[in-house]
Design a protein around this ligand. Sequence first.
Ligand SMILES: Cc1cc2nc3c(=O)[nH]c(=O)nc-3n(C[C@H](O)[C@H](O)[C@H](O)COP(=O)(O)OP(=O)(O)OC[C@H]3O[C@@H](n4cnc5c(N)ncnc54)[C@H](O)[C@@H]3O)c2cc1C
Length: 468
Amino acid sequence: MMSDKYDLIVVGAGIAGLGIAAILAKEAGKKVLVLDQFPKFGGRLMSYSGYPEEDWRLEIGLHMIELGEKSSCNELNNRVGKEIEWAPFSETVEIWNGERFISVAELVPLTEEDKNVFRGLLQRIATMTDTEIEAWDNRCLEEWLMENVPQPSIRELFTDLGMIMTTIPNAIDMAAGEVLYIARDNLCKTRQVLQASYPLDGMEGITKGLVEVIEENGGEIRLNCEVQEIVIQDKKALGVRIPSKTHIYQEEYRIFETEVIYADRVVCAVPIYHLSKIIDFNPETSPLPWWWVKRITDIQHEVTGLIGYMIGLSKPVIDPNKRCFLSALKTKHAGFPFQGFPASNFSPHVAPEGKQLLHTDIVCEHFEASDKFKRERLLNLMWEDVKEMFPGIEKKMEWRLPYYVDGCDGLARKPGLVGNFKPGLMAPGIPNLYFAGDTYVGRGLATNGAALSAMKCADLILKEVAKG
Ligand SMILES: Cc1cc2nc3c(=O)[nH]c(=O)nc-3n(C[C@H](O)[C@H](O)[C@H](O)COP(=O)(O)OP(=O)(O)OC[C@H]3O[C@@H](n4cnc5c(N)ncnc54)[C@H](O)[C@@H]3O)c2cc1C
């Protein structure tokens, strides 16, 4: 068994886990093994082809990537020598006002004087330092707006933009630091407050290059393998325990028979809300300090839920030449923020010719997405909203696929849950155990936060490797 020892085992084949493994395999020639419980890599960025019929390509839910070719996930791919092909940026963000989709400028009309003030505000944000932004990580956007923006119309406009960035409807619940960071990043890289794009290959376009790099450099990816435990002894991670034999009615009536795979270092690239399944969280026996276990337990449900529909249309309900992102602050029937976009307007590869693939969702609390009765009720209400937004949609619909996700894009971007307030990348007291992904230290909108955390974690490991 010891002869199979790896330099690095990564639990989780999402963008964070694949990114770390690709960097360590390529830059340091390390023997890496990535394990994932699902039959396909990608984690929450997973894509499917040929479902429900030939020529459609779906994701597990609506995704749009902040900053496209200027994003952290693009930087991660470039770092290991891979390119992502992006569709051009979205041209418009349109907001549903209860009757029609309108531009942000129409939603919050500004006087010429207000426009000048707004431009000045953006200039100030673009030149903020990291330290100035970090000082707002545990304070809310409402406080920042009250201190910095006297004009109510500009406060309203900025709150609406913050909602699109955080999917949190009220400024009092948004972490000012994260909104300012995202706005600064966008302004410096694209001169816009918000810019998003879609890979031509769908979300798989973001992760498939990382898989190639791992395999090209002798690394291994083992799917359908649910890690049971990170094996920790005498303040050292020894490896991971995986099932060696499964039985019929596994989990209901039987316990896995297991084996241990050994490694010099282990990375948990799984979100914090899955950690208690692979690390003992019992205060009396946990190998990690109690303050850490308590902190993770306290915040693990601070996540958002998504429910929505992927919709396949025989004819477009949105002009096929328009690359737009659609949003609503609060819909009439379901009563939650809405997001949608025609993925096939960005990439011709995701729908058969002449047809349209429309991604939609509403953002709710995690308990609303996880309770199947609440979820069903919300999905029905949401469909009433969708019918009003896209008149005649039912006649053009070939199929619709309802979906839900409990814990969609990392920790909710609320005060005290962003930036350096997120759980760290190293396990306290266990120097060869690391964490990475969108629920750990990292910045930017979800996928980019996960990619940045992967690069930071890989750099920490490389530093340790260099020490010998
Ligand atoms: C529906 C939906 C919509 C989204 N929309 C956007 C968007 O518009 N823009 C954006 O930037 N981001 C979006 N996100 C968020 C984005 O997908 C995530 O931030 C990102 O994919 C997180 O990557 P990760 O590597 O941190 O985690 P994950 O992708 O969750 O990877 C963790 C992996 O660990 C595996 N795992 C867990 N436990 C075990 C175990 N015991 N053994 C083995 N494997 C295990 C899981 O199977 C998973 O593959 C969305 C997410 C969802 C679900």
